[in-house]
Design a protein around this ligand. Structure first.
Ligand SMILES: [Fe+2]
Length: 420
């Protein structure tokens, strides 16, 4: 179980690491790209600003010499810049001049084409494009005179500096690696923490189970003290029940309900008056009616406690009979819960073979004969037959043992089925 827990936890932490790495990694990548774009936009913006001054000067008094001077200025500037093409247009979108580097001629055909959709824009427009490992930015910059009238615009293609872009990409990659490593370290740190917390939780659950079992024993003991002054009846019927439950192949969950029910089956007798409970002679009809109410009292007592709900079948139905002549409901056959059908047999067998205030114990043979004669009437015939098949061994093991020995055997059963 512990190994399964470790495997379970490792798988989930690895899954958590992968999912978080994917989600946060994508976010980091996105932010890296955004930073790269902003960086390129800033550089492109800075460089195009070098040309707007020259263009504004030319547009102020356009002439042949002014154009020659303008061409000279922009060619000198282009030698220093990363702009690979720049075109200048006047206010009516007529091209004034252009400078195009060889790289622009090479790549322009491969870049997405555009029309004059930006010509009437009054703000700077940037459009990023990638070609292989290179990043280009198409830039549109409107120009205005001192009175705010648009006098033209320039369009350029900016080639992002390879080394700058590579550096930003390298930084993004390191950020990504760092994020993945931090998530991995966090997951690794969580592993012992979760294992520790789980161990504490398991210890707490075990303590809680031991507390519940202790409460079960105390209640069972209280009933026995009230009824017969020893715990031994409860121990015996619990052990008989476990042996039959195991022969029937009951699940551990059903076994828990059977053991709890065996301990608490007569809990309701706490509410029965001594005059009736300890009466040496036969009960009157009215007294027997009151005695029968112990199953309802028992049900009422445990109904409010969740941990005891699986004991209800035995507490409520251990006096039901297979042919419907029992109480409180007069249930028949399979309508009687399985645990109650098992317990009814062991309860009667132990009552027959035990000493009671009003009788001496019957011999094993008499008890067996009684059960045999009650197959199909009082008891489920298949379960009762199974009990009879093992009765001799169980009688030798259980009926002849003292209270301490039985308590030890029962502790083993409790550890087995309650994992205490
Ligand atoms: Fe009872």
């Amino acid at each position: 179980m512990i190994t399964n827990l470790h495997t379970w936890l490792i798988l989930r932490l690895v899954l958590l690491w992968l999912v978080l790495s994917l989600v946060i990694g994508t976010l980091v990548q996105y932010l890296g790209n955004l930073r790269l774009d902003n960086q390129i936009v800033t550089m492109a913006k800075t460089e195009t600003a070098h040309y707007t001054d020259a263009m504004t000067t030319y547009l102020r008094s356009p002439s042949g010499p002014a154009l020659a001077e303008f061409n000279h200025r922009i060619q000198v500037q282009m030698e220093r810049d990363n702009l690979i093409a720049v075109e200048f247009y006047d206010g009516s979108s007529q091209k004034i001049t252009e400078v195009i580097k060889p790289l622009a001629i090479e790549v322009e055909g491969k870049l997405p084409r555009h029309g004059t959709e930006f010509a009437d824009k009054n703000g700077i427009v940037y459009k990023k494009m990638t070609l292989g490992n290179d990043t280009f930015m198409r830039v549109f910059v409107p120009l205005f005179n001192s009175s705010g009238t648009k006098t033209g615009y320039l369009e350029g293609i900016y080639h992002g500096p390879t080394e700058v872009i590579a550096e930003i990409k390298r930084q993004s990659l390191w950020s990504l690696i760092l994020v993945v490593l931090v998530i991995l370290a966090t997951s690794l740190a969580l592993y012992p923490l979760i294992i520790r917390l789980n161990r504490n939780l398991v210890d707490f659950s075990k303590n809680l189970a031991l507390t519940n079992i202790g409460m079960l024993k105390v209640l069972g003991s209280a009933i026995d003290k009230r009824d017969s002054s020893t715990n031994i009846h409860n121990y015996r019927v619990s052990l008989y029940s476990v042996r039959i439950g195991e022969s029937l192949g009951l699940s551990p969950t059903a076994m828990q309900g059977l053991i709890k029910g065996a301990f608490l089956h007569d809990l309701g007798k706490i509410a029965i008056a001594d005059a009736i409970l300890h009466k040496a002679g036969s009960l009157t009809e009215e007294e027997f009616s009151i005695m029968k109410s112990h199953v309802r009292h028992g049900e009422d007592i445990i109904r409010g406690y969740d941990w005891l709900q699986d004991a209800l079948d035995v507490v409520r139905c251990h006096h039901e009979k297979y042919d419907g002549s029992g109480y409180p409901e007069g249930l028949t056959r399979g309508n009687i819960p399985l645990n109650a059908r098992i317990f009814a047999i062991v309860d009667v067998f132990d009552a027959l073979t035990s000493k009671r205030p009003y009788k001496e114990p019957f011999s094993f043979a008499v008890a067996v004969e009684f059960l045999r004669n009650s197959l199909g009437s009082h008891f489920d015939p298949e379960i009762a037959q199974l009990f009879l098949d093992h009765a001799e061994d169980m009688y030798a093991e259980i009926c002849t043992s003292d209270e301490e020995l039985l308590h030890g055997k029962l502790e083993i059963c409790i550890r087995k089925y309650f994992k205490g």
